[in-house]
Write a protein that binds this ligand. Structure first.
Ligand code: HEC
Length: 91
C-alpha cells in the first residue's frame, strides 16, 4: 500500500475540501496527517484499533467522516486500514 498512490488521492477526493484549512486537522500532506490535530493523533502506525481516522470513516466514532456525505466505499476503507496496519509509511 502506498501513501502517494493509494491514500493521498482518497483523502484528497473525500476529505481535503474540509480538512485542508478551515478545520484544525489537515489531511492534505503526510506530515499533517500523521501529526493529527490539537486533540491528538488520528493515525497510529500499525495500530488500526486506536487510529481514530479509521474509526471515523467506519462510523464507529460519530460524527462519521466525510461529514454529511456518503461514506467511503468498503474497498476504500480497506485500503486505508491496510496502509495503517502495514505501518502508515510515507511511501
Ligand atoms: C464537510 C466537511 C468535512 C469533510 C468532507 C470531512 N470532514 Fe472530518 N471533520 C469535519 C468536522 C466539522 C470535524 C469536527 C467534528 C466534531 O468533532 O464535531 C471533523 C473531524 C474529523 C476528525 C476528528 C478530529 C480529531 O482531532 O479527533 C477526523 C479524524 C476526521 N474528521 C477525518 C476525516 C476524514 C478521514 C475525512 C474524509 C474521509 C473527513 N474527515 C471529511 C468536517 C469534515
Amino acid at each position: 500500500m502506498s501513501y502517494r498512490e493509494d491514500i493521498a488521492p482518497l483523502l484528497k477526493k473525500d476529505c481535503v475540501s474540509c480538512h485542508g484549512g478551515q478545520i484544525g486537522l489537515y489531511l492534505d500532506s503526510y506530515g499533517t496527517l500523521l501529526s493529527g490535530s490539537s486533540w491528538g493523533r488520528v493515525v497510529i502506525p500499525g495500530d488500526t484499533s486506536n487510529s481514530t481516522l479509521l474509526q471515523r470513516i467506519k462510523g464507529e466514532i460519530q460524527p462519521r467522516m466525510p461529514l454529511n456525505r456518503p461514506s467511503m466505499s468498503l474497498d476504500e476503507i480497506a485500503l486505508i486500514e491496510t496502509w495503517i496496519r502495514e505501518g502508515a509509511a510515507n511511501n
